[in-house]
Design a binder for this molecule. Sequence first.
Ligand code: ZN
Ligand code: ZN
Length: 258
Amino acid sequence: MQIQLLPSSFDAQGSANAAQRLTCFVIDDRVTVDAGSLGIALSEAQRRTIRDVVVTHPHMDHIASLPIFVDDLFGELRQPVRIHATSEVIELLKADVFNDTVYPKFDELRNEHGPVMEYVPFQMGQEFQVAHLKLTAIAVNHIVPTVGLLVSDGKATVAFSSDTAETEELWHVVNHARHLNALFIEASFPDAMEALAKASKHLTPSMLRTELNKLNHNGMDILAVHLKPAYREKVIQELNELGIEKLRVMEPGRIYEW
Ligand SMILES: [Zn+2]
Ligand SMILES: [Zn+2]
Protein backbone atom coordinates (compact mmCIF):
# COMPACT_ATOMS: atom_id res chain seq x y z
CA MET A 1 0.00 0.00 0.00
CA GLN A 2 1.33 3.41 -0.97
CA ILE A 3 0.22 6.46 1.02
CA GLN A 4 1.02 10.08 0.37
CA LEU A 5 0.03 13.11 2.42
CA LEU A 6 -0.64 15.73 -0.24
CA PRO A 7 1.21 19.01 0.20
CA SER A 8 -0.92 22.01 1.11
CA SER A 9 1.54 24.90 1.37
CA PHE A 10 3.55 26.33 -1.51
CA ASP A 11 6.10 29.10 -1.92
CA ALA A 12 5.74 31.90 -4.48
CA GLN A 13 7.44 29.73 -7.14
CA GLY A 14 4.97 26.92 -6.51
CA SER A 15 7.31 24.55 -4.69
CA ALA A 16 5.63 22.61 -1.89
CA ASN A 17 6.94 22.95 1.66
CA ALA A 18 6.46 20.91 4.82
CA ALA A 19 3.78 22.99 6.55
CA GLN A 20 0.50 21.06 6.68
CA ARG A 21 -2.55 23.35 6.50
CA LEU A 22 -4.93 20.86 4.91
CA THR A 23 -5.41 17.09 5.23
CA CYS A 24 -5.64 14.71 2.26
CA PHE A 25 -4.04 11.25 2.20
CA VAL A 26 -3.81 9.54 -1.21
CA ILE A 27 -3.87 5.72 -1.09
CA ASP A 28 -2.50 3.84 -4.12
CA ASP A 29 -3.36 6.82 -6.39
CA ARG A 30 -6.96 5.62 -6.26
CA VAL A 31 -8.68 6.54 -2.97
CA THR A 32 -8.23 9.45 -0.62
CA VAL A 33 -8.85 9.89 3.08
CA ASP A 34 -10.11 13.47 3.39
CA ALA A 35 -9.90 16.07 0.69
CA GLY A 36 -8.28 19.26 2.03
CA SER A 37 -5.81 19.72 -0.83
CA LEU A 38 -7.45 17.26 -3.25
CA GLY A 39 -8.33 19.98 -5.76
CA ILE A 40 -4.96 21.74 -5.74
CA ALA A 41 -2.08 19.30 -5.23
CA LEU A 42 -2.70 16.11 -7.25
CA SER A 43 -0.52 15.04 -10.16
CA GLU A 44 -2.28 14.85 -13.53
CA ALA A 45 -2.13 11.05 -13.30
CA GLN A 46 -3.75 11.09 -9.84
CA ARG A 47 -6.54 13.40 -11.09
CA ARG A 48 -7.43 10.73 -13.63
CA THR A 49 -7.48 7.78 -11.21
CA ILE A 50 -8.91 9.11 -7.92
CA ARG A 51 -12.68 8.70 -7.84
CA ASP A 52 -13.31 7.71 -4.21
CA VAL A 53 -12.99 10.14 -1.31
CA VAL A 54 -13.53 9.09 2.31
CA VAL A 55 -14.43 12.09 4.46
CA THR A 56 -13.66 11.67 8.17
CA HIS A 57 -15.41 14.90 9.20
CA PRO A 58 -16.62 18.14 7.65
CA HIS A 59 -14.02 20.58 9.01
CA MET A 60 -12.70 22.92 6.33
CA ASP A 61 -9.08 21.72 6.52
CA HIS A 62 -10.35 18.24 5.52
CA ILE A 63 -12.71 19.23 2.67
CA ALA A 64 -11.47 22.66 1.51
CA SER A 65 -10.86 21.88 -2.16
CA LEU A 66 -13.22 18.91 -2.58
CA PRO A 67 -15.75 21.13 -4.45
CA ILE A 68 -12.93 22.41 -6.70
CA PHE A 69 -11.85 18.82 -7.49
CA VAL A 70 -15.34 17.87 -8.70
CA ASP A 71 -15.77 21.18 -10.56
CA ASP A 72 -12.44 20.71 -12.43
CA LEU A 73 -13.39 17.21 -13.56
CA PHE A 74 -17.04 18.01 -14.32
CA GLY A 75 -16.91 17.64 -18.10
CA GLU A 76 -14.60 14.63 -18.25
CA LEU A 77 -15.94 12.32 -15.52
CA ARG A 78 -17.09 8.97 -16.86
CA GLN A 79 -18.05 7.79 -13.38
CA PRO A 80 -19.14 9.92 -10.42
CA VAL A 81 -16.77 11.03 -7.70
CA ARG A 82 -18.00 8.96 -4.75
CA ILE A 83 -17.98 10.64 -1.35
CA HIS A 84 -17.91 8.03 1.42
CA ALA A 85 -18.92 9.26 4.86
CA THR A 86 -21.37 8.61 7.69
CA SER A 87 -24.95 9.73 7.01
CA GLU A 88 -24.45 12.42 9.61
CA VAL A 89 -21.44 13.89 7.79
CA ILE A 90 -23.17 13.57 4.40
CA GLU A 91 -26.08 15.65 5.74
CA LEU A 92 -23.63 18.31 6.92
CA LEU A 93 -21.90 18.40 3.51
CA LYS A 94 -25.29 18.76 1.81
CA ALA A 95 -26.42 21.51 4.18
CA ASP A 96 -23.21 23.51 4.43
CA VAL A 97 -21.08 22.93 1.30
CA PHE A 98 -22.88 21.43 -1.71
CA ASN A 99 -26.03 23.50 -1.11
CA ASP A 100 -26.32 25.67 -4.27
CA THR A 101 -25.06 28.65 -2.27
CA VAL A 102 -21.51 27.84 -1.26
CA TYR A 103 -21.21 25.52 -4.28
CA PRO A 104 -23.52 23.51 -6.55
CA LYS A 105 -25.41 20.42 -5.44
CA PHE A 106 -23.15 18.27 -7.61
CA ASP A 107 -24.97 15.09 -6.52
CA GLU A 108 -27.98 16.32 -8.53
CA LEU A 109 -25.98 17.24 -11.65
CA ARG A 110 -24.90 15.16 -14.65
CA ASN A 111 -22.55 15.51 -17.57
CA GLU A 112 -23.02 13.71 -20.89
CA HIS A 113 -21.78 10.44 -19.31
CA GLY A 114 -23.95 10.46 -16.18
CA PRO A 115 -23.89 11.69 -12.56
CA VAL A 116 -20.76 13.58 -11.47
CA MET A 117 -20.89 13.08 -7.72
CA GLU A 118 -22.50 10.53 -5.45
CA TYR A 119 -22.78 10.23 -1.68
CA VAL A 120 -22.09 6.72 -0.37
CA PRO A 121 -22.91 6.34 3.34
CA PHE A 122 -21.09 3.83 5.52
CA GLN A 123 -22.01 2.43 8.92
CA MET A 124 -19.86 2.95 11.96
CA GLY A 125 -18.06 -0.22 13.07
CA GLN A 126 -19.01 -2.25 9.97
CA GLU A 127 -16.39 -3.11 7.38
CA PHE A 128 -17.01 -1.59 3.95
CA GLN A 129 -15.21 -1.72 0.62
CA VAL A 130 -13.82 1.24 -1.32
CA ALA A 131 -12.05 0.29 -4.57
CA HIS A 132 -9.54 -2.43 -3.56
CA LEU A 133 -9.55 -1.46 0.13
CA LYS A 134 -11.48 -2.70 3.15
CA LEU A 135 -12.21 -0.02 5.72
CA THR A 136 -13.73 0.17 9.18
CA ALA A 137 -14.79 3.55 10.59
CA ILE A 138 -14.92 4.26 14.32
CA ALA A 139 -16.21 7.38 16.04
CA VAL A 140 -13.40 9.38 17.65
CA ASN A 141 -13.48 12.25 20.14
CA HIS A 142 -13.57 15.48 18.13
CA ILE A 143 -15.69 18.60 18.27
CA VAL A 144 -17.90 17.52 15.32
CA PRO A 145 -18.93 14.00 14.19
CA THR A 146 -15.62 12.40 13.16
CA VAL A 147 -14.34 8.91 12.37
CA GLY A 148 -10.95 7.28 12.61
CA LEU A 149 -10.28 4.54 10.06
CA LEU A 150 -8.72 1.11 9.85
CA VAL A 151 -7.72 0.42 6.22
CA SER A 152 -6.45 -2.81 4.68
CA ASP A 153 -5.58 -3.94 1.15
CA GLY A 154 -5.36 -7.60 2.23
CA LYS A 155 -1.60 -7.37 2.83
CA ALA A 156 -0.91 -4.16 4.69
CA THR A 157 -3.11 -2.61 7.37
CA VAL A 158 -2.93 1.00 8.53
CA ALA A 159 -4.96 3.21 10.86
CA PHE A 160 -5.85 6.90 10.75
CA SER A 161 -6.81 8.69 13.97
CA SER A 162 -8.21 11.70 12.08
CA ASP A 163 -8.72 14.68 14.39
CA THR A 164 -9.29 13.54 17.95
CA ALA A 165 -8.58 14.09 21.62
CA GLU A 166 -8.16 11.08 23.91
CA THR A 167 -10.25 8.18 22.61
CA GLU A 168 -10.89 4.49 23.36
CA GLU A 169 -13.01 2.62 20.82
CA LEU A 170 -10.69 3.26 17.87
CA TRP A 171 -7.85 1.57 19.72
CA HIS A 172 -10.04 -1.44 20.62
CA VAL A 173 -10.78 -1.96 16.94
CA VAL A 174 -7.17 -1.39 15.89
CA ASN A 175 -6.04 -3.85 18.56
CA HIS A 176 -8.30 -6.50 17.00
CA ALA A 177 -6.53 -6.19 13.62
CA ARG A 178 -4.11 -9.06 13.03
CA HIS A 179 -1.27 -6.67 12.42
CA LEU A 180 -0.69 -2.98 11.96
CA ASN A 181 1.90 -1.59 9.56
CA ALA A 182 1.42 2.10 10.18
CA LEU A 183 -0.52 4.55 12.33
CA PHE A 184 -1.24 8.11 11.22
CA ILE A 185 -1.97 10.06 14.38
CA GLU A 186 -2.58 13.72 14.92
CA ALA A 187 -0.37 15.97 17.06
CA SER A 188 -1.85 19.44 16.65
CA PHE A 189 -0.58 21.59 19.51
CA PRO A 190 2.52 21.74 21.77
CA ASP A 191 2.22 20.54 25.37
CA ALA A 192 1.98 24.10 26.72
CA MET A 193 -1.29 24.50 24.81
CA GLU A 194 -2.99 21.44 26.28
CA ALA A 195 -6.00 23.52 27.43
CA LEU A 196 -6.65 24.62 23.84
CA ALA A 197 -6.00 21.09 22.56
CA LYS A 198 -8.63 19.75 24.97
CA ALA A 199 -11.13 22.52 24.19
CA SER A 200 -10.79 21.94 20.43
CA LYS A 201 -10.44 18.14 20.86
CA HIS A 202 -6.96 17.57 19.53
CA LEU A 203 -3.77 15.94 20.84
CA THR A 204 -0.48 17.30 22.11
CA PRO A 205 2.69 15.15 22.05
CA SER A 206 2.22 14.03 25.67
CA MET A 207 -1.45 13.22 25.03
CA LEU A 208 -0.34 11.26 21.93
CA ARG A 209 2.00 9.23 24.12
CA THR A 210 -0.90 8.33 26.41
CA GLU A 211 -2.94 7.20 23.39
CA LEU A 212 -0.10 4.95 22.18
CA ASN A 213 -0.14 3.18 25.56
CA LYS A 214 -3.62 1.88 24.62
CA LEU A 215 -2.25 0.06 21.57
CA ASN A 216 -1.27 -3.61 21.72
CA HIS A 217 0.62 -3.53 18.43
CA ASN A 218 4.34 -2.92 18.40
CA GLY A 219 6.85 -2.09 15.74
CA MET A 220 4.56 -0.22 13.36
CA ASP A 221 5.56 3.07 11.81
CA ILE A 222 3.93 5.98 13.64
CA LEU A 223 3.52 9.07 11.52
CA ALA A 224 2.48 12.27 13.25
CA VAL A 225 0.29 14.56 11.15
CA HIS A 226 -1.87 17.68 11.52
CA LEU A 227 0.85 19.74 13.27
CA LYS A 228 -0.46 23.31 13.36
CA PRO A 229 1.97 25.28 11.18
CA ALA A 230 2.36 28.07 13.76
CA TYR A 231 3.74 25.60 16.35
CA ARG A 232 5.30 23.04 14.03
CA GLU A 233 8.91 23.33 15.26
CA LYS A 234 7.90 23.11 18.91
CA VAL A 235 5.67 20.07 18.31
CA ILE A 236 8.45 18.33 16.35
CA GLN A 237 10.86 18.96 19.22
CA GLU A 238 8.42 17.57 21.78
CA LEU A 239 7.65 14.52 19.63
CA ASN A 240 11.39 13.82 19.34
CA GLU A 241 11.76 14.16 23.11
CA LEU A 242 9.22 11.36 23.61
CA GLY A 243 11.96 9.02 22.38
CA ILE A 244 9.47 6.66 20.73
CA GLU A 245 11.02 4.32 18.20
CA LYS A 246 9.61 4.66 14.67
CA LEU A 247 7.70 7.85 15.52
CA ARG A 248 8.28 10.41 12.76
CA VAL A 249 6.57 13.50 11.45
CA MET A 250 4.99 12.64 8.10
CA GLU A 251 6.51 14.57 5.19
CA PRO A 252 3.96 16.01 2.73
CA GLY A 253 4.55 14.84 -0.83
CA ARG A 254 6.65 11.80 0.09
CA ILE A 255 5.31 8.37 -0.90
CA TYR A 256 5.38 5.87 1.96
CA GLU A 257 4.97 2.18 1.24
CA TRP A 258 4.03 -0.91 3.25
ZN1 ZN B 1 -11.22 18.77 12.75
ZN1 ZN C 1 -8.23 19.05 11.01
